[in-house]
Design a protein. Structure first.
Length: 130
């Protein structure tokens, strides 16, 4: 535990064991703060795009808010946004490319377990628009 909020809520460092929780919280808030389950074909996709990369690439700045009922939220950051985005482009997204294009769940699960990312489903040039 890093910080006790009281009432059974506390902040702790996220680990690879939290990937499913990171993905689920991202999905449940992925439609402008509302549940995006109805609009997403794959319930893990938003997490693989927006939350899990932080735990893998910036583990010192990835936290879970735990509650008596389990993970309730997350706090994620990057020490250097430019370097983080470069790591996404070079290390995270390309490793999932083949598995995602073929929609091979076994390969996707294996890549997620090793801390690798999504792939070419999103052109890297989108990340250069910032």
């Amino acid at each position: 535990m890093i910080l006790d909020f009281g009432g059974g809520f506390f902040l702790r460092r996220a680990t690879t064991a939290d990937h499913a929780a990171l993905a689920m919280i991202c999905l449940k808030t992925g439609d402008a703060g509302k549940d995006a389950s109805g609009r997403e074909d794959d319930p893990e996709l938003l997490g693989l795009l927006y939350t899990i990369p932080y735990q893998v690439l910036e583990p010192e700045l990835a936290f879970i808010i735990d509650s008596p009922a389990g993970a309730a939220g997350y706090l994620l950051g990057a020490a250097d946004t430019g370097a983080f985005n470069a790591s996404l482009a070079s290390d995270w997204y390309p490793d999932f490319s083949g598995a995602w294009q073929t929609r091979d769940p076994t390969a996707l699960a294996g890549a997620a377990a090793t801390g690798r990312g999504i792939g070419s489903i999103i052109p890297i040039s989108l990340f250069r628009l910032r």
